[in-house]
Design a protein around this ligand. Structure first.
Ligand code: FES
Length: 190
């Protein structure tokens, strides 16, 4: 079972908000069978979801649970973190459905957050003002000055390859769309 984009929005947005409020969300709410069965996203695009060219950003076999990988997407200089959580996640991809990716530009003032704690599944503290984000719960703020979840990168898997094909929520510094940057070179994208 894989997530289409509608599911992704529900998993990343609604689930995160409800989880933050202490509401337990049945998995059936965030999962559906509306997919192509091949690990690829299909279906409707949500208003807050911005499509970008499908670009290879990593491979399942090279991911380590304790060592996140970083990649620029969709524009050069817009850094993201690719993480194998080691536990199933509503928006995770891969055979264990535990691989997720988020912008690692802090939603407070845009500093790059690079510390990852596998025990707590958190990214942070931010080197600027210590905000910390929970990557197991939609990138929501766990601590600090930030008030917005981290933007989440939509991933699809094809064999061992991990592709990005869009971003949910606005990356820090962008008030409308992500227009205006130089898109990263397509690496294995189709
Ligand atoms: S820029 Fe990250 S907490 Fe301020």
């Amino acid at each position: 079972m894989t997530l289409n984009r509608r599911d992704f929005l529900l998993g990343g947005g609604v689930l995160g908000a409800l989880a933050a409020s202490g509401v337990i969300v049945p998995m059936a709410f965030v999962l559906s069978d509306n997919n192509d069965g091949g690990g690829n996203a299909t279906g409707a695009t949500g208003a807050a979801f911005i499509d970008f060219p499908r670009t290879k950003v990593g491979s399942l076999s090279s991911l380590s649970q304790t060592q996140p990988a970083f990649f620029d997407y969709p524009f050069e200089g817009q850094s993201n973190v690719l993480v194998k959580l080691g536990q199933t996640n509503p928006t995770g991809v891969g055979s264990d459905r535990d691989v997720v990716a988020y912008s690692n530009l802090c939603t407070h003032m845009g500093c790059a957050v690079i510390e990852y704690n596998d025990d707590s599944k958190t990214l942070g503290p931010c080197p600027c003002h210590f905000s910390t984000f929970d990557l197991a719960i939609a990138g929501q703020v766990a601590f600090g000055q930030a008030t917005q979840n981290l933007p989440q990168v939509h991933l699809v898997v094809d064999g061992d390859d991990i592709f990005a094909d869009g971003v949910f929520r606005l990356v820090y510094g962008h008030t409308n769309t992500l227009d205006g940057g130089t898109e990263v070179a397509i690496a294995g994208g189709i």
